[in-house]
Design a protein around this ligand. Structure first.
Ligand SMILES: [Zn+2]
Length: 176
């Protein structure tokens, strides 16, 4: 099984790219070059991905930047996304607590947080991680179905949002 790098046309060897759910069509050398040396290319690389993407940094664990689709999905501009915690980008209610996103007691079991943490610590990719997130926008709290994939790229990690939509089934009446 092999593929062709969309940047340099080199053939991509598997299993080098096994479990790379987000960057399966770009070779390691091109990816490394884009991440480390070519900011303009990084932006176009992210915008060319057909899904909303957050590029995460490890310490502090924040969004370094995001693509246009992510800005559109969350109805935010980059200044409201860059250097913010992902929970703040998602409008998660626990990101508004005093402890903040990732540090609140409610965050301990957060599948999204734990997937991102493990991606950074072990390099493991995740796909199809889903949860129901209570979001707060304009003081209205609504449950959202959120599904993500992660992939470590160099020292950073990509977080792809595969689903972010109001949950129609979740009864949240008693939980507020
Ligand atoms: Zn390449």
């Amino acid at each position: 099984m092999s593929a062709i790098c969309i940047y340099c046309s080199a053939s991509i060897k598997y299993p080098e790219k096994v479990n790379h759910f987000i960057t399966s069509d770009i070779c390691s050398e091109c990816l490394d070059s884009i991440l480390n040396h070519q900011y303009d290319l990084l932006i176009s690389f992210l915008d060319n991905i057909e899904a909303p993407i957050l590029l995460m940094q490890p310490d502090p664990r924040q969004v370094r930047t995001a693509n246009k689709k992510a800005c559109e999905l969350f109805e935010k501009d980059l200044s409201q996304i860059e250097r913010h915690r992902s929970g703040q980008v998602f409008d998660c209610i626990h990101s508004f607590t005093e402890a903040g996103c990732g540090r609140d007691v409610n965050c301990e079991d957060c599948k999204i947080r734990n997937s991102v943490v493990e991606t950074f610590t072990s390099g493991k990719s995740f796909n199809g991680v889903s949860t129901v997130l209570d979001t707060k926008k304009n003081n209205i709290i609504k449950p959202y179905n959120l599904q993500i994939a992660t992939e470590k790229v160099g020292d950073l990690a990509l977080l792809r949002i595969d689903k972010y939509e109001i949950s129609l089934t979740e009864d949240y009446g008693g939980r507020l």
